[in-house]
Design a protein around this ligand. Structure first.
Ligand code: FAD
Length: 444
C-alpha cells in the first residue's frame, strides 16, 4: 500500500511520521523548498525571523513529544512579561496566568470580579473542553460568537481588552468571528492550574521540528501537487513533469490550496474546503536596537486601540543568535482588516504603514525611530482558520461521514485543531484513521 501526504506543514509531517512508524511507506510532497509551512524560519542579514508561528507553549504535549522524539531541545522563555495597550498605555498582563488577567491594571475592579466569577462558573460547567480539539465541545456552545457571549457574561471591558485583543493576536480575526466553544475551551483550560501557558522556544527556531521530521521522511521539496484525480481505486498525484499513483492520499495543505488541487473528488471534502473561512495577516519585522523592548515578550494591541497592528513580539528574547551587532528584531502582526487592505501593496508601502503605526503605539521604539529599519515580511492570505460556530459543526460532520471516503483524507489546523498543537494532533488522527482503514482491507 502506498500513501502520499501533500503538504509538509506540521500537520502533514506529523501524519507522515505516524504512518511511517506504523510501517506504512509514505511520501510527502511539498510545494516550497523549505518544510514547515506556517511554522518556518528565514535568515536574512544574519538575523533569523520566524515568518509565521512565533512560539510554542508548555501545554503542547503532542509537539513536545515530537521534539523529544526527533532530538530538538525546547526551552522556556523566562522570565517574560506581556502587555496590553489601553488608552495608549501598556498594562502588564500575562495570559499565562488567570491570576494575572485578574490583576491586570487596565481592567476596573468590577470587570476583574466578573471575570473571576465567570471562570469559576466555566470550570464547574465545562470541564473536559480542549482548545486543540474543538470538536469535543457540545453543540450548545457552537451557536453563538465569543464576543457577544463575553460582553454579556463578563462585560465590555473584558470583551474588548482581553478576549478580542487575545483573539486578534492569536487568530488575527475579531472574536465576533470565533465561537463560544473556542473561547471557553481556551479560557477554561487556562483556569486550570495544571495548564502550562508558558512561552517555549525550540533550539533552531520554529523550523527546527519540521526540519527534524523531514530529515527522517521521504519529502519531495519544490514539488507542488497540481492535480489530484481518482484513478483505479486510488489517486493520481500530478506534479510538474510527473504523475504517480497512490492507494491513499492525505491532503495537508490549507483549504484553498487543497481545493485548488482537487479535480472532482468526494463531495464532503469539497464542501468542507469550500465553506472553510480563514483570517489573513501580514507578518512584518523591523531591525531595532536589541535592548529597546526589555523583557516584554508580546505587546497585545486591541482593535479598539489600533485597527492596524494586533500585536508585536520581541525577538531578542529568543537568545544570542537572534541578535547581531547590537540589533535584534521586532515582529509585528496585523489585524485582518488591515492585512486584507494591504495584501496587494508593494513591500515598501506595507513597511511604511506598519512602521508609522508601530511608532505611534510604542514610546520605546519612538525614542529610537531613526534606528527602526525594515527587515522582512510575509503575506499570509490563509493565516488561521476562523473557528466560527458553523465551522466546528461542519468539521465534526466531515470527520464522522466524509474523512477517508474514496481513500482521501484531510488534515490541518482548520479541522478543529487550532495552532501548531491542534494541527499536529489533526495529522496524528488522520494517520490513525489511515492505519485503521488499511487494516480492514481483505488480506490484512
Ligand atoms: C503569522 C502567524 C503566526 C502564528 N503564530 C503561532 C504561534 O505563535 N504559535 C502557534 O502554535 N501557532 C501559530 N500560528 C498558527 C500555526 O502556524 C498553524 O496553525 C500551523 O502551523 C498550521 O499547520 P498546518 O500543517 O495545518 O498548515 P501549513 O503550515 O500551512 O502547511 C501546509 C503545507 O502545504 C504546502 N502546500 C500548499 N499547497 C501545496 C501543493 N499544491 N503541493 C504541495 N504542498 C502544498 C504548503 O507549502 C505548506 O507547507 C501562526 C500562524 C501564522 C500565519
Amino acid at each position: 500500500m502506498r500513501v502520499a501526504v501533500i503538504g509538509a506543514g506540521i500537520a502533514g509531517l506529523t501524519c507522515a511520521w505516524e504512518l511511517q512508524k506504523a510501517g506504512i511507506p509514505v511520501q510527502v510532497f511539498e510545494r516550497d523548498s523549505s518544510v514547515g509551512g506556517r511554522m518556518n524560519t528565514r535568515t536574512k542579514d544574519g538575523l533569523a525571523f520566524d515568518v509565521g508561528a512565533n512560539f510554542l507553549i508548555g501545554a503542547y504535549r503532542g509537539v513536545n513529544a515530537l521534539a523529544a522524539e526527533t532530538g530538538v531541545s525546547l526551552r522556556n522563555a523566562s522570565p517574560v512579561t506581556h502587555v496590553v495597550y489601553r488608552g495608549g498605555r501598556p498594562c502588564p498582563m500575562n495570559f499565562s496566568s488567570v491570576r494575572d488577567i485578574f490583576r491586570m491594571d487596565g481592567l476596573n475592579l468590577r470587570s476583574r470580579f466578573r471575570f473571576l466569577a465567570f471562570l469559576i462558573k466555566v470550570r464547574r460547567a465545562h470541564t473536559g473542553l480542549d482548545f486543540f480539539e474543538l470538536g469535543l465541545s457540545p453543540d450548545a456552545l457552537n451557536q453563538e460568537d465569543a464576543y457577544t457571549f463575553a460582553r454579556r457574561e463578563v462585560g465590555h471591558e473584558f470583551a474588548d481588552y482581553v478576549l478580542d485583543s487575545f483573539n486578534s493576536c492569536m487568530m488575527f480575526s475579531r472574536s465576533s468571528e470565533t465561537s463560544v466553544a473556542a473561547f471557553l475551551s481556551l479560557f477554561g483550560m487556562m483556569a486550570n492550574a495544571a495548564f502550562d501557558f508558558s512561552v517555549v522556544y525550540a533550539d533552531g527556531d520554529m523550523r527546527a521540528i519540521p526540519e527534524a521530521l523531514a530529515d527522517r521522511l521521504v519529502v519531495h521539496r519544490r514539488c507542488a501537487v497540481e492535480a489530484l484525480a481518482a484513478h483505479e481505486g486510488g489517486w493520481r498525484v500530478d506534479t510538474p513533469g510527473s504523475s504517480r499513483v497512490f492507494d491513499r492520499v492525505v491532503v495537508a495543505a490549507t483549504p484553498k490550496a487543497a481545493l485548488g488541487m482537487l479535480d472532482g473528488g468526494p463531495r464532503p471534502h469539497r464542501r468542507l474546503l469550500e465553506q472553510t473561512r480563514s483570517a489573513s495577516t501580514i507578518n512584518v519585522s523591523f531591525r531595532i536596537p536589541r535592548k529597546t523592548l526589555g523583557h516584554t515578550h508580546c505587546f497585545y494591541v486591541p482593535y479598539v486601540e489600533s485597527p492596524v497592528i494586533s500585536e508585536f513580539t520581541n525577538e531578542a528574547l529568543k537568545g544570542e543568535h537572534a541578535t547581531r551587532g547590537g540589533m535584534s528584531l521586532v515582529n509585528v502582526g496585523l489585524h485582518e482588516e488591515a492585512a486584507v487592505e494591504l495584501m496587494n501593496e508593494e513591500d515598501g508601502k506595507i513597511f511604511e504603514v506598519v512602521k508609522t503605526e508601530l511608532l505611534t503605539i510604542n514610546a520605546e521604539l519612538r525614542a529610537v525611530a531613526d534606528q527602526v529599519r525594515a527587515h522582512d515580511l510575509e503575506r499570509w492570505p490563509e493565516a488561521i482558520p476562523k473557528y466560527d460556530c458553523g465551522q466546528i459543526a461542519r468539521v465534526k460532520e466531515f470527520l464522522r461521514d466524509g474523512q477517508g471516503q474514496q481513500g482521501l483524507y484531510l488534515c490541518g489546523d482548520y479541522l478543529n485543531g487550532p495552532w501548531i498543537e491542534g494541527a499536529s494532533r489533526s495529522g496524528q488522527k488522520a494517520a490513525r484513521q489511515v492505519v485503521r482503514d488499511l487494516a480492514q482491507l481483505p488480506g490484512n
